[in-house]
Each structure stands twice: as C-alpha cells, then as structure tokens.
Ligand binder design. Structure first.
Ligand code: PMP
Length: 329
C-alpha cells in the first residue's frame, strides 16, 4: 500500500502465511534481563504488569528518539533514600525539556512506594522513567499528547564487595561528555548514547569505568557516576558547569564532608590532578561510593582505597540504612 503520508510505511512483504511465530513473540522470544524479583510487577501508567507483559509502544518517542527522562533511586532497609531530591531532579529535567509529568509529586511518591510494596522488597533499586509518549515517526514532541510513567523495581548488585575493598580502575576515553550547550548533562534524559559510547571504550580497554572529559579537556564525570579526588585533606569535584550531573550521592558526600569538617571544593581539574591525587572515588546511586585506585595505568596514592574515602563510605552506609522515606507504614 503506497500512501503520501510519510508516517505510514509500506506493509512488509511477508511471503506465505503469517504464522504466530512471525507476529507474536517479538519481545518474549529474545533473552531479557530480569529484575531479579520473583513475579515482578512493573508499573506503567497506573497499572501493574508482569515482566513479560510490561511493554510500551514502538511509537513512543522515548524509544524512537530517547525523548524522555529518568531517575535511578535506591531503597535500603525499607526506606527510600533521598526520594525528595530524586523527584526534584526529575521535575527539573522535565521542566528543562518541556515535558509535563502527568501526575503530582504526591501521586508519584505513592506510585513508587506502592510499586515497591507490590514487589515485596526491602532493599533494591527503582528505575523511574517518564517518556514523551506515543507520537508519529516525526520527532516533533507536540505529536505526543500523553507522556508515560514507568516504574521498575529490581534487586541490585552493581559492584562486588571486592571493588569497595580494593578499588576500581578507570580509563580516560576519547568520547567527550556532551557539551552543555548541545545536550546538557544536568538533564537526566533517556538519551544516554554519549555515555554508552564511553562505556564501550572502557570495555575495550578492560577498565572498570570510563573517565569523561569536557570540550575544555577538564574532568566532567564517569559514564554513570560523579568523580571526586582528595589532595592534602581537601576534597575536590568538578562543578556542574563542567558537564556533570547534579548527583544525589554527590550531594550526600558534601553532607558527610561537612560532618567531618572536611572542605569540598567544586573546581575544574584535569586528569593530571587525578594522577597525583592522594585518593579518588566515584559516586552514584547504583555504584554508591566506590574507591578508584588506578587511572590510565597510574596508581593513585598507594594503590589502595584511602583513609578519607573509607571513612566516607562507612558513614554513607550508615546513612542509607537509617534514613529515608519509610515504605511500609
Ligand atoms: N553522572 C551520570 C551520567 C549518571 O547517570 C549518574 C546516575 N547514575 C550520576 C552521575 C550519579 O548521580 P546519582 O548520585 O544521583 O545517582
């Protein structure tokens, strides 16, 4: 069927009978990583679905254009950690890309808590996604009248405990963090190809994480984590303007450093400053706080997680287990 409407494609020429096999199992037949939750329930727009039935349209601009936003949130010991801050960042991302989240913060909080309860977990990870919604094949978001809200709850094990005891190796990659004037890294968007490209480079170099620089050659962040260094008892991290996400875990480190009476300085620095640092660590909701002991083949400090990093990690673990929004009462 030919049509002048560019959004309607030719019908596929299927020879012979269109069997169930050719139509039905497009998603189910592929191997799928699971949430790790037995009989997981996934929230999509107010309803719960099994993993196999949790699907969105191929016309959702979240899929077609990476047009949407997300948050990764942790809950520990029956409490959601820093929920308010995550929702604040989600709403900021939405405002920046002119996306109207189709519910209030109170409704979103209730949906998140209820999704955790439905999955019967006390510790885990939440992936909260708001897509632009279904439109046509053109990229204009005005076509998308109904953004979709997806909440996935999963068990999590990002880095083995060994990494926290021994530290990670990072490598500087050629892929630069996207320039804030083109796609601002402060927006936690569904468009992560910049980070994915960097991650591929780290994989090819057999490193644990990729260190991404900005266009000026200063350190921006890693593919899913903020970067900190410690020198002469002071903590340094790149400013958000260097092309870093305003990490929630990053802000927890500011709080912990305040408690310890250690100064945190937001300043531009280069990879040289990492090479000569006394200590280095990364922060992220999934990674938590993880020491870095090697950068581009150079040993950092004495090649072991440093004393300040170790103290910060201990305090962070205490906070995650004692604070947060209660899920079950
Ligand atoms: N930078 C990037 C690019 C991220 O995706 C993330 C989130 N994983 C972070 C930094 C860390 O932010 P947060 O501590 O809020 O998870």
């Amino acid at each position: 069927m030919k049509t002048t409407d560019a959004t309607v494609l030719d019908e596929p020429k299927i020879r012979g009978r269109a069997t169930d096999e050719t139509i039905e199992p497009a998603i189910e037949s592929r191997p799928r990583p699971t949430t790790g939750v037995k009989e997981a329930k996934i929230y999509i727009d107010g309803k719960f679905y099994s993993e196999a039935n949790a699907k969105v349209s191929v016309f959702d601009h979240g899929l077609l254009y990476g047009d949407g936003i997300f948050e990764g949130i942790r809950f520990y010991n029956g409490r959601v950690f820093r929920l308010e801050q995550h929702l604040e960042r989600l709403w900021n991302s939405a405002r920046s890309i002119c996306l109207t989240i189709p519910m209030t913060r109170q409704e979103m909080t209730e949906a998140l808590l209820e999704t955790i309860r439905q999955n019967h977990l006390r510790d885990g990870y939440i992936r909260l996604v708001v897509t632009r919604g279904v439109g046509n094949l053109g990229l204009n978001p005005e076509q998308c009248k109904n953004p979709s809200v997806i909440i996935i709850v999963a068990t999590i094990a990002l880095y083995h405990e060994d990494f926290y005891r021994k530290g990670l190796s990072i490598v500087t990659v050629a892929t630069r963090r996207s320039n804030p004037a083109s796609l601002n890294p402060a927006v936690k968007s569904l468009n992560y190809l910049n980070n994915v490209m960097a991650r591929i480079e780290a994989n090819l170099a057999s490193a644990d994480e990729a260190l991404m620089l900005n266009d000026a050659g200063n350190v921006a962040e890693c593919t899913a984590d903020n970067v900190f260094i410690i020198k002469h008892g002071q903590i340094f991290t790149p400013p958000i303007t260097a092309g870093a996400l305003q990490g929630i875990t990053r802000s927890v480190v500011f709080d912990i450093a305040g408690e310890f009476d250690i100064k945190v300085i937001e300043a531009d620095f280069t990879r040289h400053d990492i090479f000569v640092a006394d200590e280095c660590f990364l922060t992220g909701t999934a990674a938590e706080i993880v020491p870095v002991v090697k950068a581009d083949g150079r040993m950092i400090g004495n090649g072991k997680p440093g004393p300040i990093t170790t103290r910060i990690i201990a305090r962070f673990r205490e906070m995650t287990h004692k604070t947060g929004k209660p899920i079950f009462d």
